[in-house]
Design a protein around this ligand. Sequence first.
Ligand SMILES: NC(=O)c1ccc[n+]([C@@H]2O[C@H](COP(=O)([O-])OP(=O)(O)OC[C@H]3O[C@@H](n4cnc5c(N)ncnc54)[C@H](OP(=O)(O)O)[C@@H]3O)[C@@H](O)[C@H]2O)c1
Length: 297
Amino acid sequence: MTELIDGEAVAAQVREDLTGAVATLEDADVTPRLATVLMNDKQASETYVSMKQRDCEELGIAAEDIRIDADAPAAELFDTVAELNAREDVHGILVQDPTPEHVPDERVLSAVDPAKDVDGFHPENVGKLVAGNARFKPCTPHGVQKLLAHQGVDPDGKEVVVVGRSNIVGKPLANLLVQKADGGNATVTVCHSHTDDLAAHTRRADVVVAACGVPELVDGDMLSEGAVVVDVGINRVDADTEKGYELVGDVDFESAKAKASAITPVPGGVGPMTRAMLLYNTLKAAGEQTGVDVTLP
Ligand SMILES: NC(=O)c1ccc[n+]([C@@H]2O[C@H](COP(=O)([O-])OP(=O)(O)OC[C@H]3O[C@@H](n4cnc5c(N)ncnc54)[C@H](OP(=O)(O)O)[C@@H]3O)[C@@H](O)[C@H]2O)c1
């Protein structure tokens, strides 16, 4: 019997577990605060930002929603980030991806104060993660690690294949899982678009994480019997629905479910965990910046 890994339920549990940290900060007269900065016109980005704002408010984190016209000069974004860096009442800063072409990603990632970089993408924080001393674990990889833990899947000694090597998912996840630490100690293979014979790698994996942005790329034929499958993908594909599309993952759910011992759905798998781990990082940032000792789950 294949188990469905319920990301909504685990994320709700993480949020519940974080209420103690909010209370500890409140007792010390600290209101944790996240500022999101959106500089694009994409509907999906707008939706992500709105959800993050709502999540914060529901947990008791103050949320500031800053919008910058996509045509504005790059300096407007960098000035905004500099102001947020300087504000003592702002503990976390998230610049929603993507920024317009005239605002290079790399400069944006380096502009955020590493202590407030709740995405965990600043080069200093990437370095700390690789060195096994993470300040902020990037939200999606951290969410995947938590999901595995809640599912009772200890990566220790297991073969994990990560399909995708992006800086926001594949690479940081591989780095987390390979650390000599709880939730790590896996033998990790990272596959990408130049990988020869992807299926040969995924078929020997105990755990397959698909994060390639290719709808339903990983199917049941590519899995070993009893594999654990984590689908990070979120792809809109044309469909005969009211919206004209449906969301599918990077895994062909039905064929993979027939082989897997446990699998995440899309939606309702990794997505809610990403959002929950942003709350986690914001509270961690608030604790560290104010010297309040918060206990995080
Ligand atoms: N659930 C969440 O919270 C969440 C968060 C972030 C992203 N996502 C979703 O996760 C997916 C991946 O996101 P991303 O930002 O990491 O994507 P990305 O930046 O586009 O990276 C995709 C990675 O997959 C690799 N790839 C592409 N086609 C492949 C193939 N045929 N075989 C093997 N590898 C292949 C690429 O290889 P190369 O490096 O060689 O190009 C690249 O490393 C997307 O569907 C995205 O929407 C979900």
